[in-house]
Design a protein around this ligand. Structure first.
Ligand SMILES: Cc1ncc(COP(=O)(O)O)c(C=O)c1O
Length: 499
């Protein structure tokens, strides 16, 4: 098959190959079942290293666009025949990057024709771009994945007590349905907690309990955004908001991050909403400087934009004075503060919250109401009791010690034995550290991560979090899921992957 890929001489070649093939599949220039050239042949044609093509093919396979049959070659996945919702071939003339933005923002028009299925049964094409997580995969023995707390150290007994009380009297004392803003006692507890720990200004009436950060972002987007709006996200950054915003049909732009946080001068002038993680940038770990916070707030005021402050894991702070939250510095009510119990308790509880600025409060509560009314009240009530009884604070104190020791072990080993390969990005909080490659390319780091997986070590590549900005070669190492006494062996194995 004659696959056309055009590469400019610089930048992330693997990423460019990945994007162009993905685009060609989505626009049906290559179809389900088509066989792709071997990585060797394509590498020869494009005059790039074979590994550059292998990395692109593997990423496409990971997202379900390609399948590899041993001995037969690499093919466009048959599953794409079944989805039957690809964009029309008329988009062929568009440049690859436009193809991605167009496809992600495509509304109810502009989809391909399909004679077999009725139009009404066709999902919008943007859903083809959303991969499902491989949550059922067996975790690696040395699990350095980021973003997951230690499930084994969750205080199950205390939680069961809180849950059983919540399922008793609390259930009968609330009506059949309750306030969409969430459990009153939990909202009081949250307002107190973030007031003390993060200086966030909030009363019980400002808090809306949500199903995690993800639903908080969904409610905010649905309340604020029109389809023509632009949202800016950090790049590299957390992929979930990016995906969520794309499914809502808005334009999503990645904005670079430096040692002080998101680069304010690079924000698109027409961004209506900006999503940031100032306390512990995900994934680099950088804490946004005070000067940058002030500049970002001033920018938002000038541009009439709204800022989302995702403060997802700063309960685990190990060093230094916490920089004030963006929300507490904001004098104009432009910041929506968002928090989660996914790191402090369990991600599977699906409980988070947002602090609504006064003008948006009513709409945000209504958005929760039309979405799922109020989520599971017994769980919210149990968390409230857990906090009131002091169990939450006790659990946080314990986990802070545990994570601090793991973090120190990782940072110490990386600084001592990986000094020629990796430079740890300074950070003081959270459940992961990032390390930038001293010399290696993005492709090389992909190879390291792959070899690590073969040795039962799970690490993430920094490049995986990139959006529009060229990827930075490096690794992200989480310590939520790995016991301290396994870190040494895990990193020894990782060390072997650089040889
Ligand atoms: C940057 C960031 N924000 C928030 C969360 C938590 O999201 P949720 O509350 O939806 O589980 C995560 C989880 O990994 C994260 O990485």
């Amino acid at each position: 098959m004659d696959l056309h890929v055009s590469l400019s001489a610089r930048g992330d070649l693997s990423g460019e190959i990945y994007r162009q093939i993905r685009c060609a599949i989505l626009e049906r220039r290559i179809r389900a079942g088509d066989r792709l050239p071997s990585s060797r042949d394509l590498a020869r044609t494009l005059r790039v290293a074979r590994m550059t093509v292998v990395v692109a093919y593997e990423r496409l396979a990971g997202e379900g666009f390609l399948v590899t049959r041993v001995g037969a070659g690499t093919f466009v996945s048959d599953q794409l025949i079944r989805s039957r919702s690809l964009v029309a071939p008329t988009a062929t003339a568009r440049s690859p990057s436009r193809c991605i933005e167009q496809r992600e923002s495509v509304g109810p028009v502009g989809r391909g024709r399909d004679s077999t299925h009725s139009r009404s049964l066709r999902a919008r094409s943007v859903w083809d771009t959303i991969p499902l997580p491989s949550v059922f995969a067996r975790p690696a023995r040395y699990d350095f994945r980021s973003g997951v707390p230690d499930l084994a150290m969750f205080p199950h007994r205390a939680w069961r007590r809180a849950m059983s009380r919540a399922l008793g009297a609390d259930v009968t004392s609330t009506g059949a349905y309750a306030d969409p803003a969430g459990h009153h006692g939990l909202r009081e507890a949250i307002a107190r907690h973030i007031g003390v720990a993060r200086g966030v200004r909030a009363t019980v009436d400002d808090i809306v309990v949500t199903a995690g950060t993800q639903q908080a972002l969904d409610l905010i987007a649905r309340v604020l955004l029109e389809p023509s709006d632009r949202v800016a996200v950090e790049d590299p950054g957390y992929v979930m908001p990016r995906r969520l915003f794309a499914t809502l049909g808005v334009r999503v732009s990645g904005v670079p991050v430096d040692g002080e946080g998101v680069v304010v001068e690079s924000l698109p002038h027409d961004a209506r909403l900006v999503y940031v993680t100032p306390s512990h940038q995900y994934p680099t770990g950088v804490s946004m400087s005070l000067a940058r916070r002030v500049a970002l707030l001033a920018w938002a005021e000038r541009r009439d934009a709204v800022l989302i402050e995702d403060d997802y894991d700063t309960e685990f702070r190990f060093d230094g004075r916490p920089v004030e939250s963006l929300q507490s510095l904001d004098r104009n009510g432009r910041v929506i503060y968002v928090g989660s119990f996914s790191k402090t308790l369990l991600p599977t509880l699906r409980v988070g919250f947002l602090v609504a600025p006064a003008p948006l409060r009513a709409a945000l509560v209504k958005a929760r109401f039309v979405s799922d009314w109020h989520g599971a009240l017994p769980i919210q009530s149990a968390i409230a009791r857990f906090i009131e009884d002091g169990e939450f604070a006790r659990h946080l104190r314990r986990m802070r010690r545990v994570y601090a020791a793991r973090r120190e072990a990782i940072v110490d080993t990386l600084s001592r034995t990986f000094e020629a390969e990796l430079r740890v990005v300074p950070s003081t909080a959270g459940l992961h550290v990032a390390a930038v490659a001293c010399h290696a390319s993005v492709e090389r780091m992909a190879e390291v991560a792959r070899r690590a997986a073969d040795l039962d070590v799970a690490v993430q590549e920094l490049a995986w979090f990139a959006h529009d900005v060229p990827s930075t070669p490096g690794l992200v190492l989480g310590y939520g899921s790995i016991a301290e006494d396994q870190i040494g062996e895990g990193l020894r194995r990782l060390r072997d992957c650089f040889v």
